[in-house]
Write a protein that binds this ligand. Structure first.
Ligand code: UD1
Ligand code: F6R
Length: 371
């Protein structure tokens, strides 16, 4: 039931304040007499010791689910101190990459039925790793075959393009980072800031959804373009990959997400006054590096669209012209949840304006059960 919306993708983008609330419900527990909040992931509590002691955590997924894990990787590394590596499921299988008994392998999948991810799970089980699932579908193959896991509880996702599952996956993995990371004096303030940030996230997402008309207007400007680049780094490298994936899969416009740190090593050759480039430059430890990327793009007369934190519009684009999209600032590791929303809206509006099927993109299926 699409309710007051025209398409499922549109409905699912707009219901993210609610789906995020459901994802967190009952999992952030305010601790009795002391103010501290503990994270309770019921499905993992008996396995927490093994996860903490593992030599490595390996994220495995495809498409949007892989991107969500990439967004959560920095905070899991920071809080757990365990090295975190990334595997695209098909590539792990192609290489028969090393997976050890001392590894915790985390399988991220909205449907829980993706063939590549499922086969990678069977491979990791054979190799003796602890296998953890992060799925949206109770009773799915991945939920059943993993040793333990977390349901993201985002509610059924019907549009082929994954939107609300992506943001709920990131939130579950941020909670996983809090749960795995020890509660030490030195990281107490950081943990509290993340927990406060999680509580505030639904209202910040509600706020960023107000950009709907602005993104529609931007889509009108981009409607006839051949190609679009998206640059991000740090926490928002994943935002660049995911934003570009959304645009290409539904609007059928070529788009590429790129690591901003790699710009000088090739992509810079593409820059001219015609190619539209989105730069994610919200306020975090990488901000000054992104400012210098923007300056270098200006120097090549790049056609820039900059996503920045509220209040940074003037400083982010000094010395050149660009279109600025201001988003509310949240705790840095949660910023990808806010930043993807305008790009989801852009992909949606581009698709409708270009006259393509939003909920059933050409050649795609919701759940990819063949290899
Ligand atoms: C569970 C209940 C929830 C109830 C809550 C109350 C289910 C599905 N969930 O939620 O309805 O409100 O207790 O305490 O009945 N699992 C995997 N692989 C996966 C995902 C999950 O093995 O990919 C396992 C978990 O280890 C766990 C079970 O499935 O044993 C349920 O997981 P989850 O729904 O996340 O647990 P709770 O949040 O505790
Ligand atoms: C993108 C998209 C796909 C899926 C991928 C994995 O919007 O929907 O890239 O993310 O096929 O699917 P799941 O998460 O079901 O394993």
């Amino acid at each position: 039931n699409k309710g007051r919306y025209e398409h499922y993708m549109q409905k699912e983008i707009h219901e993210q304040p609610e789906s995020l609330t459901t994802t967190m419900r009952g999992r952030l527990i305010q601790g009795g007499s002391c103010k501290a909040t503990t994270v309770l992931l019921g499905g993992l509590k008996d396995h927490m010791k093994t996860i903490r002691r593992s030599r490595r955590i390996v994220f495995v997924g495809c498409g949007t689910s892989y991107n969500a894990a990439l967004a959560a990787r920095p905070i899991l590394e920071e809080l757990s101190g365990v090295p975190v590596t990334m595997e695209i499921a098909s590539d792990l299988l192609d290489r028969q990459g090393p997976i050890y008994r001392e590894d915790t392998a985390v399988f991220v999948s909205q449907s829980g039925e993706t063939a590549d991810t499922l086969l990678a799970l069977e491979y990791a089980l054979d190799n003796g790793a602890l296998c953890v699932g992060i799925t949206n579908t109770v009773g799915s193959a991945i939920a059943r075959k993993t040793h333990c896991g977390v349901h993201i509880n985002a509610g059924a996702e019907i549009g082929v393009a994954s939107t609300k599952a992506y943001t709920s996956q990131i939130v579950v993995m941020a909670m996983l980072a809090l749960a795995v990371g020890g509660d030490t004096i030195s990281n107490q303030a950081r943990r509290e800031a993340i927990v406060d940030g999680l509580y505030d996230l639904p209202s910040k997402v509600r706020e960023v959804l107000k950009l709907d008309n602005e993104m529609k207007d931007l889509a009108k400007q981009l409607i006839a373009e051949q190609s679009l680049l998206v640059f991000g780094r740090g926490y928002n490298y994943a935002t660049a990959l995911e934003g570009a994936l959304k645009v290409k899969e539904v609007s059928l416009m070529h788009s590429e997400g790129m690591l901003a740190g790699e710009m000088k090593h090739g992509p810079l050759a593409l820059v001219d006054e015609n190619l539209p480039i989105i730069v994610i430059a919200t306020h975090d430890a990488c901000f000054s590096k992104q400012q210098s990327v923007i300056q270098q793009l200006h120097a090549r007369r790049g056609r820039l669209i900059v996503v920045c934190s509220k209040g940074d519009a003037a400083s982010v684009c000094s010395g050149g012209s660009c279109r600025v999209i201001e988003v509310p600032q949240v705790e840095d590791c949660l910023q990808p949840v806010v930043n993807i929303v305008p790009l989801q809206l852009l992909a949606y509006h581009l698709t409708v304006l270009r006259g393509h099927n939003v909920d059933q993109p050409r050649n795609l299926a919701k759940s990819v059960t063949t290899q």
